[in-house]
Design a protein around this ligand. Structure first.
Ligand code: GRF
Length: 206
């Protein structure tokens, strides 16, 4: 049997997208890919609990525990290497990846963003700020985007999007919930397709 594509999911918060990915894995919808590490930037992220329940290895690497940005990045690289990571999936990870990680895993880092990129992305556009900005702009629709990560925030090539309507009377919370429902479908599906392509191309960890 061919070796599975090994995925590290990077989190900082609740981890509902992580949960959707793990459920897709359990039901055989992840193209044989496997989550082998959940790495959190916060030690109290609920995502860690979800990972433990699924018996997935966890690591916590907080910026405050490293003496410098370089040391922080080295710790992350070491954890990713130890888990023999092929693909990194950001799922609510609130730290910007350093250039060393982006370079080492070039083209193999995915992110999900809760808006229709290139609109409403970039520094400061996360969580409720995104949905507030969408409502303030009077948009008729919003959605989510899965994209390849490069050196800039929310910038690399978009692989897939799902749209939802903005409904009169929406609050940032109601819009976020509608978008999140789509995220949970779109991200596992896109990860599965990405891993399928990666297997075909043979580009894996060394
Ligand atoms: C999601 O809205 C995702 O699009 C964004 O961060 C949020 C993470 O939510 N990048 P969760 O931790 O997966 O519940």
């Amino acid at each position: 049997m061919p070796k599975p594509v090994r995925i590290a999911v990077l989190v900082s918060g609740g981890g509902s997208n992580l949960q959707a990915i793990l459920q897709a894995q359990d039901s055989g919808q992840l193209a044989g890919a496997q989550v082998t590490l959940v790495l959190s930037s916060k030690d109290d992220a609920y995502a860690l609990e979800r990972a433990r329940r699924h018996k997935v290895a966890t690591a916590v690497i907080e910026r405050a525990s490293a003496p410098s940005d370089e040391a922080f990045e080295s710790m992350i690289l070491a954890a990713l290497a130890k888990a023999e990571t092929d693909v990194i999936c950001l799922a609510g990870y609130l730290k910007k990846l350093g250039p060393g990680v982006v370079c080492r895993y070039q083209g193999r880092i995915l992110n999900i963003h809760p808006a229709l990129l290139p609109k409403f992305g970039g520094p400061g556009m996360y969580g409720h700020f995104v949905h507030e900005a969408v409502l303030a702009a009077g948009e008729k629709e919003s959605g989510c985007s899965v994209h390849v990560v490069d050196e800039e925030f929310d910038h690399g090539p978009v692989l897939a999007q799902a749209k939802v309507p903005v409904i009169p009377g929406d609050t940032p919370e109601s819009l976020a919930a509608r978008v999140l429902e789509q995220e949970h479908r779109l991200y596992p599906k896109t990860i599965a397709e990405f891993c399928r392509q990666l297997k075909l191309s043979g580009a894996r960890h060394d």
